[in-house]
Ligand binder design. Structure first.
Ligand SMILES: [Zn+2]
Length: 119
Protein backbone atom coordinates (compact mmCIF):
# COMPACT_ATOMS: atom_id res chain seq x y z
CA UNK A 1 0.00 0.00 0.00
CA UNK A 2 0.96 3.66 -0.22
CA UNK A 3 1.23 6.37 2.38
CA UNK A 4 -1.73 8.75 2.32
CA UNK A 5 0.54 11.63 3.32
CA UNK A 6 3.79 11.31 1.32
CA UNK A 7 2.69 8.74 -1.30
CA UNK A 8 5.65 6.40 -0.78
CA UNK A 9 5.16 2.65 -0.89
CA UNK A 10 4.98 1.14 2.60
CA UNK A 11 4.73 -2.40 3.97
CA UNK A 12 1.21 -3.82 4.01
CA UNK A 13 1.28 -4.51 7.77
CA UNK A 14 2.81 -1.15 8.77
CA UNK A 15 0.75 1.04 11.08
CA UNK A 16 2.90 4.13 10.54
CA UNK A 17 4.75 5.27 7.40
CA UNK A 18 8.48 4.64 7.79
CA UNK A 19 9.26 7.74 5.68
CA UNK A 20 7.14 10.50 7.19
CA UNK A 21 5.64 8.86 10.32
CA UNK A 22 2.07 9.44 9.12
CA UNK A 23 -0.51 6.94 10.38
CA UNK A 24 -0.77 4.60 7.44
CA UNK A 25 -3.64 2.27 8.34
CA UNK A 26 -6.29 4.15 6.36
CA UNK A 27 -4.56 4.15 2.98
CA UNK A 28 -4.92 0.70 1.46
CA UNK A 29 -8.47 1.07 0.08
CA UNK A 30 -7.22 2.57 -3.21
CA UNK A 31 -3.93 0.68 -3.60
CA UNK A 32 -5.42 -1.27 -6.54
CA UNK A 33 -6.05 2.01 -8.35
CA UNK A 34 -2.56 3.25 -7.41
CA UNK A 35 -0.99 0.17 -9.03
CA UNK A 36 -3.02 0.91 -12.19
CA UNK A 37 -1.82 4.55 -12.29
CA UNK A 38 1.75 3.37 -11.72
CA UNK A 39 1.49 0.96 -14.70
CA UNK A 40 -0.17 3.65 -16.86
CA UNK A 41 2.54 6.20 -15.99
CA UNK A 42 5.25 3.65 -16.82
CA UNK A 43 3.59 2.79 -20.16
CA UNK A 44 3.31 6.50 -20.99
CA UNK A 45 6.99 7.13 -20.28
CA UNK A 46 8.19 4.07 -22.23
CA UNK A 47 5.93 4.92 -25.18
CA UNK A 48 7.28 8.51 -25.07
CA UNK A 49 10.91 7.36 -25.06
CA UNK A 50 10.24 4.98 -27.96
CA UNK A 51 8.06 7.49 -29.87
CA UNK A 52 10.63 10.30 -30.13
CA UNK A 53 13.14 8.47 -32.40
CA UNK A 54 10.40 6.77 -34.50
CA UNK A 55 7.99 9.75 -34.68
CA UNK A 56 9.57 10.89 -37.97
CA UNK A 57 8.60 7.57 -39.57
CA UNK A 58 5.21 6.96 -37.93
CA UNK A 59 4.19 10.69 -37.94
CA UNK A 60 3.96 10.78 -34.14
CA UNK A 61 0.97 8.44 -34.07
CA UNK A 62 2.43 6.24 -31.31
CA UNK A 63 2.54 9.28 -29.04
CA UNK A 64 -1.28 9.48 -28.96
CA UNK A 65 -1.86 6.40 -26.72
CA UNK A 66 1.23 7.41 -24.69
CA UNK A 67 -0.31 10.83 -24.06
CA UNK A 68 -3.67 9.29 -23.06
CA UNK A 69 -2.00 6.86 -20.61
CA UNK A 70 -0.01 9.74 -19.09
CA UNK A 71 -3.07 11.96 -18.64
CA UNK A 72 -5.05 9.11 -17.03
CA UNK A 73 -2.10 8.34 -14.70
CA UNK A 74 -2.18 11.95 -13.39
CA UNK A 75 -5.15 10.79 -11.23
CA UNK A 76 -2.62 9.18 -8.90
CA UNK A 77 -2.06 10.57 -5.41
CA UNK A 78 1.55 9.30 -5.48
CA UNK A 79 3.98 12.13 -6.31
CA UNK A 80 6.60 9.76 -7.81
CA UNK A 81 4.00 8.26 -10.16
CA UNK A 82 2.70 11.76 -10.97
CA UNK A 83 6.24 12.81 -11.91
CA UNK A 84 6.60 9.80 -14.17
CA UNK A 85 3.22 10.52 -15.78
CA UNK A 86 4.28 14.16 -16.40
CA UNK A 87 7.57 12.96 -17.94
CA UNK A 88 5.58 10.61 -20.18
CA UNK A 89 3.26 13.43 -21.24
CA UNK A 90 6.19 15.75 -22.07
CA UNK A 91 7.99 13.03 -24.06
CA UNK A 92 4.82 12.20 -25.99
CA UNK A 93 4.13 15.89 -26.71
CA UNK A 94 7.67 16.20 -28.13
CA UNK A 95 7.13 13.04 -30.22
CA UNK A 96 3.77 14.26 -31.55
CA UNK A 97 5.26 17.71 -32.30
CA UNK A 98 8.05 16.05 -34.34
CA UNK A 99 5.41 13.94 -36.11
CA UNK A 100 3.35 17.08 -36.85
CA UNK A 101 6.43 18.78 -38.38
CA UNK A 102 6.88 15.79 -40.70
CA UNK A 103 3.17 15.90 -41.66
CA UNK A 104 3.48 19.66 -42.39
CA UNK A 105 6.62 19.02 -44.46
CA UNK A 106 4.80 16.33 -46.49
CA UNK A 107 1.83 18.71 -47.07
CA UNK A 108 4.20 21.51 -48.18
CA UNK A 109 5.96 19.12 -50.61
CA UNK A 110 2.63 17.89 -52.03
CA UNK A 111 1.29 21.45 -52.42
CA UNK A 112 4.47 22.71 -54.06
CA UNK A 113 4.52 19.72 -56.45
CA UNK A 114 0.85 20.42 -57.31
CA UNK A 115 1.63 24.12 -57.95
CA UNK A 116 4.62 23.17 -60.14
CA UNK A 117 2.46 20.74 -62.10
CA UNK A 118 -0.10 23.48 -62.90
CA UNK A 119 2.38 26.14 -64.10
ZN1 LIG B 1 4.54 8.82 4.47
Amino acid sequence: MYCRNCGKEIKGDAVFCQYCGCKAALTDNNSGAEITWRVFARISKIVGIVSIPISIYVLGLTAVPGLIFGIIALKTKNEDVKGEARAGIVLNIIASALGSLVIMYIIIVIVSVAIDART
